[in-house]
Write a protein that binds this ligand. Structure first.
Ligand code: HPA
Length: 274
């Protein structure tokens, strides 16, 4: 069966089980699931119960959709995202974004934990993503295009919505939250980068590097959704003398410490553009 039909089946199943019509889809990165606590009238649906959904196997990621309100706006949150390195296909990784669009979401907000390669970055910094470099091995749009889902050749001139970026910068200023801005370099993982790879990413124009986000953003743009992306810098990859040993526990801890700031920015964005 084709992707469009699957998406419609999932949408219909979810609409029977939920009461709201979400306007925003929110995808939470490693260690950044705290926003789930703030959802009002929350209704939780496990991925394993949803037709055509895959489950996440990564520690720090749960595996459920949370429906409810944030700042009075109907939202759906992915508590736990899917990654290519788990063995899911790119179409599976991005399937929830298709479903968000089918449910009526006009926008997605995405967070992730990432390695910092911009000069002057420190662990715990937040970086608004203003562009990305897709260094993943496969596009979720490969294969026959279904025009009901989006165009064959989607343009990517402004993948990250300028208005949203400006809104979040304004909120950051009001709340005295320091934010950087830059290019997210997306690859598949699951290894962290070698020093030579971090250096290459720096030279190629990446400011942060991670293992998620890019496929989701590609599919969101394919479907005509507006996108906001935020990285939490959990370790440093450049300059080489600043590279430290990193593991998943370290990443989770650094991300969790940034949780409150990320939540503040996301809430402000949704309040402003519900
Ligand atoms: N590289 C890739 N992915 C990551 C990193 C990193 O340094 N930190 C958190 N996710």
């Amino acid at each position: 069966m084709d992707l469009y039909t699957h998406t419609e089946e999932t949408r219909q199943w979810l609409e029977k089980n939920i009461e709201i019509k979400p306007k925003w889809g929110i995808i939470l990165g490693s260690g950044l699931g705290g926003l789930v606590r703030l959802v009002e009238n929350a209704q939780r649906i496990e991925y394993s119960d949803i037709p055509h959904f895959k489950s996440s196997s990564v520690k720090g990621h749960q595996g459920a959709l949370i429906f409810g309100q944030l700042e009075g706006v109907d939202v759906v949150l992915m508590a736990g995202r899917l990654h290519y390195y788990e063995g899911h296909s790119m179409k599976e990784v991005t399937y929830p974004v298709r479903v968000m669009k089918a449910l009526g979401c006009h926008s997605v907000a995405v967070s992730n934990a990432a390695g910092g390669v911009q000069e002057g970055m420190r662990v715990g910094d937040l970086m608004i993503i203003n562009d990305h470099i897709n260094a993943t091995p496969e596009s979720p749009l490969c294969g026959i295009n279904d025009d009901r889902l989006g165009p064959r050749f989607p343009e990517m001139i402004e993948p990250y919505d300028r208005e949203y970026i400006n809104t979040v910068k304004g909120i950051a200023k009001e709340e005295t939250i320091d934010v950087k801005e830059g290019v997210y370099y997306g690859l598949s993982g699951p290894t962290f980068e070698t020093p030579a790879e971090y250096r290459m990413i720096y030279r190629l124009g990446g400011d942060a590097v991670g293992m998620s986000t890019v496929p989701e953003v590609v599919v969101a743009r394919h479907g005509g959704m507006r996108v906001f992306g935020l990285s939490v810098i959990t370790d440093i990859g450049y300059p080489p003398e600043n590279v430290e040993h990193v593991d998943h526990e370290y990443v989770l801890k650094a991300a969790q410490e940034a949780g409150y700031r990320v939540e503040t920015l996301f809430r402000g964005l949704i309040r402003a553009h519900g």
